[in-house]
Design a protein. Structure first.
Ligand code: 6PG
Length: 229
């Protein structure tokens, strides 16, 4: 089990853009995250325009909205990154518009068909919520306890936008070769300390992301790191 490597940097988005480009150019399976923080990293990666043609892009979670909806994680990635690339990767989105259970079932089947039951994603990007959630795994919710499925429907989101979601589960996240959290801002500092400090609070889903075979890095700015001892 990997211990987190904490990387406090001046420009976390630039550091993540670099990792995205490397994984893409190597033809890797790259898992993108939603939320607002990664947009800048996606835009920077798009500006640098590596060869993404051999890469496969996946998503860690999705909101149950149509793919062109402003709340769609796919829509954000498309707008900030995918549509801007001159060589497009294969993109496997979560079909949130089908509803949480059907979309999760379809996504799980796709993962198993292509990567098997231990999907060794080459780079899996995650965000962190102030409550310690990651992907759409929220503290105290049953989806955090899932031990066999790779993707689950999340009927009740723990935050805005309050729409059902689909999320990769801990077994799927922890099968990655490299997990990278991108976290910025003072409002995340408490969650960073609880999830990645010396004594992780295992009540937080993010504290349970510890890849079985790979590395775990947390790329953060000084504000997000400010409560680490
Ligand atoms: C989502 C997410 C979620 C996100 C965090 C951080 O679909 O909302 O994937 O886990 O990464 O909530 O989001 P922000 O970057 O907007 O703070």
């Amino acid at each position: 089990m990997s211990e987190p490597e904490l990387r406090v940097v001046e420009d976390p988005a630039a550091a993540v853009a670099e990792l995205l480009m490397e994984a893409a150019a190597a033809g890797g399976h790259v898992v993108l995250t939603g939320g607002s923080t990664p947009r800048r990293a996606y835009e920077l990666a798009a500006e640098r325009d590596a060869d993404w043609s051999a890469a496969t892009v996946w998503f860690g979670d999705e909101r149950c909205v149509p793919p062109e909806h402003p709340d769609s994680n796919y829509a954000m990635a498309e707008d900030a990154l995918l549509a801007r690339l001159s060589s497009r990767p294969e993109v496997i989105r979560i079909e949130g518009e089908l509803g949480p259970d059907a979309a999760a079932g379809g996504y799980e089947a796709e993962i198993r068909a292509r990567l098997g039951g231990e999907p060794r994603w080459d780079l899996l990007l995650l965000g962190l919520g102030p409550d310690g959630h990651t992907a759409s795994l929220f503290p105290g919710k049953p989806e955090v306890e899932e031990h066999s499925r790779l993707a689950v429907g999340v009927p009740l989101a723990g935050m805005e936008p309050q729409v059902p979601r689909v999320s990769l589960t801990l077994p799927a996240l922890n099968a990655a070769r490299a997990v990278v959290f991108l976290v910025t801002g003072e409002e995340k500092a408490g969650a960073v300390a609880r999830a990645f400090g010396p004594v992780p609070d295992t009540g937080l889903p993010s504290a349970l992301v510890r890849p079985r075979y790979g590395s775990l890095a947390v790329i953060l700015d000084e504000a997000a790191a400010s409560r680490l001892a």
